[in-house]
Structure formats: structure tokens, C-alpha cells
Design a binder for this molecule. Sequence first.
Ligand code: C5P
Length: 301
Amino acid sequence: MNQAPVTVRVPAKVNVQLAVGGVRPDGFHPLANVFLAVGLHDEVTATPADSLRITCTGPGADRVPLDATNLAARAASALARLHGLSPDVHLHIAKDIPVAGGMAGGSADAAGALLACDVLWATATPREQLLDICAELGSDVPFSLVGGAALGVGRGEQLTPLPVGGPGFHWVFAVADGGLSTPAVYGEFDRLTAGLAVPEPEASDALLGALRTGDATALAAALTNDLQAAALSLRPSLADTLAVGTKAGALAALVSGSGPTTAYLVQDAEAAQRVADALLASGTCVAARPAVSPAAGATVV
Ligand code: C5P
């Protein structure tokens, strides 16, 4: 058991392909989910305490639950249970990933808490076991631990790492006012596709090729998100934000995951600044954040 605080840095994600199949009997949807970790990060600090306690600071922190339902708290409890320990830890979350924004912020905090507690408690849990706990906590949590780029199948939790070429991709993320509930967006997807034949989700060869070669123009042409129509249906104003980014010169614009954050792929850092300035000036978002990808997974700092 270490006494010194342990801080872990965890990236956000954008889905460069989110292919969604028809709802399964367990309520989840089969996915071909191509995750890309991006350079917006939360930091989770674990400190010994008398009992499990969560604090959170940063944009949107007032919307983060601080009780046992917080995914970071559940991660600490699951790891403690595995090792027969009591989860007596103070977890502080320094938020920078949009809350309920479709960028896996809650999942990032869970992966960060898991790794921070594993180091704090010196439990040296094998990677495979950490990934199993991640998958139990949520479909996106394993990817938050791993980072980089990966194809997620099943409900998104079964990962295959993907190679990414080139110097990296440049993005801008437009943060919307308020969040969207992921189950509500999947529910809207079900409503919009009711009675239609929803194809089996499959990863796109063109997209995987664009990632492999690091070709931003090819990636822009291959970006897809099957949840976009559902997110736009619940939040029609996102169409205005997307239009501003496109007009400002983004190579492509799409909803990030279940939204409401929108993502703009751009050619370089200068284009990112131009698009970010236009998005902010338009008043259609509350923040516009340039970021590069891929980013490393959960890392002790
Ligand atoms: O796995 P996670 O707890 O993050 O999922 C949150 C919700 O998103 C699920 O309860 C479900 O409504 C929806 N979901 C889904 N299919 C997936 C992943 C998530 O329907 N593959």
C-alpha cells in the first residue's frame, strides 16, 4: 500500500466509425465501433482516506454525481472487491472532457480510477483482469484504459488495437450546452429505425485504411456515425453547429458518439484554430477545443 497520492491522466475519445445494429435481447446494440483517443484529458488522483469519497472540479463538474453511482467509485469498489480490500480512497477528478458529451468522459474517469487505485494499493492486477473490470463497468471503459485507436465489437468492449500512420490527425470539438443521455440516444435510434432492416455492423475497410496511412482527407470521406440522426433528432440545434464548422473549412463534421459534442476533422493546427474561432463566434456552442489524435491510454503521471 502506497501513501503518496497517485494521479492518472486519461484521454477522451471520438468514434470515427460508429456502426450500430438492431437492439439485442439484453438491450444493448451490436457495434462496429472505431475508437480514436484524442488529446483532451481528465486526471484522476487517488489518495488514502477513511472511506470512499469523490470530488470533482472543472467544466460541468456540477453535473457529475459524487456518490457510489459515479463510475470511478464503482471502479474502485470493483478492484477492492477483487483483492479483498476495503475501497478506502479519496478520488479527485479534474475534469476537462465534456460531461455527458459523447466523448467517454465518465468511462475515462472509471479507467483512471482503476489504474490509480491499482498503483495506490500496490495490487499489480494483470492487464487482462483490469480490462475485464472495465468491460463490466461500461462498453467504452476498456478503450479508455487502452487509448490509441481500436475497433470495438460486441457492445463495443471487445477491442482490437488499430495502427495509425502519419503525424496524427487534427480535430476541433464543439462543446454543447448541457449533455445528452446515451440510453436516450440509443432509444431514439430504435425509434427511428423501427420496422427497417438494420444491417449487421461492419468496420469500413476505407476507414481502417485511412487510419493506417494517416490520410486526413481519406479519413474525412470515411467518417460515419449511425447515432448522428438520433442525436440530431433529440437536439436539432446541433445541425447549426455542424454547418458552421463545415463552412469554416473543416474536412468533415460529425456528432461525437451519442453527442451532443460535435467533432471537426481539419488539415492542420492552423485550420483547427480557424474552425475553433468560427464555432465560438457563432454562438452555437459553449466551447471549441482543438485536440490531436491518437492519444495514449490511461497513464500514471
Ligand atoms: O455500456 P454503457 O453502460 O456505457 O452503456 C450505456 C447505455 O448505452 C446502455 O444502458 C444502453 O442503453 C446503451 N448502449 C447500447 N448499446 C451499446 C452500448 C451502450 O444500447 N453497444
